[in-house]
Design a binder for this molecule. Structure first.
Ligand SMILES: [Zn+2]
Length: 267
């Protein structure tokens, strides 16, 4: 379903009807160039008051209040943090009050909106069949090769006793293989974690670089962690190709805003 300021994730709603998940677009906000219009990142040198206005608009569009939202200080790592009701509102108005040094959030509390910021990196959303638990991770190439997607599965299995085959995952809009050229340095890290002879997630270019498919790489990592492939949903929406709808760090040479990936469940 397409809205002015966000896309929702219908696959998750189908299997777990009380889950609300999606990603914002760049439409419907008040920020000026190069953050036009719905920039939701407080850390990119946009006017804070504009960002807060934009965040309130998104919160309202989802029938929530911004003080139900929880943000993180993202570091391209693999730290997963559990969020509880007492954390509600952290990072919503001030960047430094967000959950520190974390690229993965999950909660078992209802009506808490988990939010992570993106501009090309891969948003990965998690829910479990018939259980009130949701999570989200931020996986750029560094997070991906740190195996943050697997980290969420292992955390839910270890800490929450949820078998990996009961977890449903959705890989959201992000930069796709069509637009994501990387150099040997990145591929070396990929090769360190994947022993496969056949690598369906990379192709080489005529200039000796590589086109990397971060969505497929994360999908393979999730399958290795025990999530059935039928429970992993991947979008083909590319943030770089669709820069009229999304912020793209790569396409806009680093001068751009941030979308929010978000997930919550209602009781
Ligand atoms: Zn593309």
């Amino acid at each position: 379903m397409k809205h002015e300021c966000y896309y929702t994730i219908n696959e998750m709603l189908r299997s777990n009807r009380n889950v609300v998940a999606g990603i914002s677009t760049r439409h419907g906000g008040v920020s000026h160039q190069p953050f036009h219009a719905l920039n939701l990142g407080l850390h990119v040198h946009d006017q804070s008051s504009d960002v807060i206005e934009n965040r309130n608009r998104l919160a309202n569009a989802l029938n929530t209040k911004l003080n139900q939202w929880v943000f993180a200080d993202q570091v391209h790592g693999k730290q997963i943090s559990e969020v509880k009701r007492v954390d509600a509102g952290k990072g919503s108005n001030l960047y430094h009050t967000g959950i520190i040094g974390t690229d993965g959030l999950y909660t078992k509390d209802s009506n808490i909106v988990l939010a992570l910021a993106y501009a090309d990196c891969v948003p990965i959303y998690f829910s479990a069949k018939n259980l009130n638990i949701v999570g989200i991770v931020h996986a750029g190439w560094k997070g991906t090769v740190s195996r943050i997607a697997q980290e969420m599965i292992h955390t839910w299995s270890k800490e929450e006793n949820i078998p990996s085959d009961e977890i449903e995952v959705w890989i959201g809009p992000s930069i796709q293989q069509c637009c994501y050229e990387v150099d040997q340095h990145v591929i070396d890290h990929v090769d360190d974690i994947m022993e496969d002879k056949v690598k369906p997630y990379t192709t080489t270019t005529v200039t000796g670089k590589y086109m990397l498919n971060l969505q497929e790489l994360n999908r393979q990592l999730l399958i290795k962690a025990g999530v059935p492939s039928t429970q992993i949903h991947v979008t083909t929406l590319c943030t770089s190709c669709s820069v009229n709808h999304f912020f793209s760090h790569r396409k806009e040479n680093g001068q751009t805003g941030r979308m929010l990936g978000f997930i919550m469940f209602n009781e």
